[in-house]
Design a protein. Structure first.
Length: 107
């Protein structure tokens, strides 16, 4: 909501003008998968397709980055959505008895 300041236009009265405020966009968070020695690569591809709407080719590229570099970015989201994705991936991995770690950090 914009605040208003008073500005005199004449001796008869006072008019209100809107005061411009700069609104900073909310911070975004990177959601990343971390490499481990136990989670199968095919499972990581399924996670990327299921929770991050990637096609098989995109998911394979990210999975290989996780495997080779230790981590891979799955997407960038507002905080609440990023936290939800982290929780969903963690719960899904646990349900399938894999130690796959999913984390978020401010972009």
């Amino acid at each position: 909501m914009a605040t208003r300041k008073q500005n005199q236009h004449s001796s008869e009265g006072v008019a209100l003008e809107p005061e411009r405020q700069k609104i900073k966009p909310p911070p975004l968070y990177k959601v990343m998968l971390l490499n481990d020695d136990f989670t199968p690569m095919d499972f990581v591809v399924v996670v990327l397709q299921k929770f991050f709407n990637m096609n098989r080719e995109q998911a394979t590229v990210v999975m290989l980055k996780v495997h080779q570099q230790g981590r891979g970015v799955c997407g960038v989201f507002p905080r609440d959505l990023a936290a939800t994705k982290v929780e969903q991936v963690g719960a899904f991995a646990r349900r399938h008895q894999h130690p796959l770690a999913c984390v978020m950090e401010e972009n």
